[in-house]
Design a protein. Structure first.
Length: 116
């Protein structure tokens, strides 16, 4: 595995850790997760709807105005840019593989050790 592929796996590992946390998300975390969802949406277009749904869940039931406010937040932008710069180094094949592992289509395809 090349270093950029490892970066995608690390970024992907953030999602369950942050999304399942009881504490409210920081703007930095939200920006990072949004960056992964957007990256994967472009890298794995056949699963675009799944990443769009996760993106919507990430910001909850906010109005469009509130969503725009969040996206203009400095910490959100910093997290989004940080993840984006790391993921830009991932090859297309590694991106497709890594993004597919984020949301397996069947329970049997869950990564080893994954618990629901």
């Amino acid at each position: 595995m090349k270093v950029p592929a490892a970066l995608l796996i690390c970024a992907a590992a953030l999602i369950p850790q942050v999304s399942l946390a009881d504490a409210p998300h920081t703007q930095l975390e939200v920006g990072m997760m949004q960056g992964v969802f957007d990256f994967c949406s472009k890298s794995a277009p056949k699963n675009d709807h799944r990443f769009a749904l996760k993106s919507k869940e990430l910001l909850g039931n906010l109005s469009d105005h509130d969503r725009d406010d969040i996206r203009q937040n400095v910490d959100f932008k910093r997290g989004y840019a940080m993840v984006g710069s790391l993921l830009a180094k991932v090859s297309k094949a590694d991106a497709e593989r890594g993004c597919a592992e984020l949301f397996p289509t069947h329970p049997a395809q869950q990564p080893p050790g994954h618990k629901r």
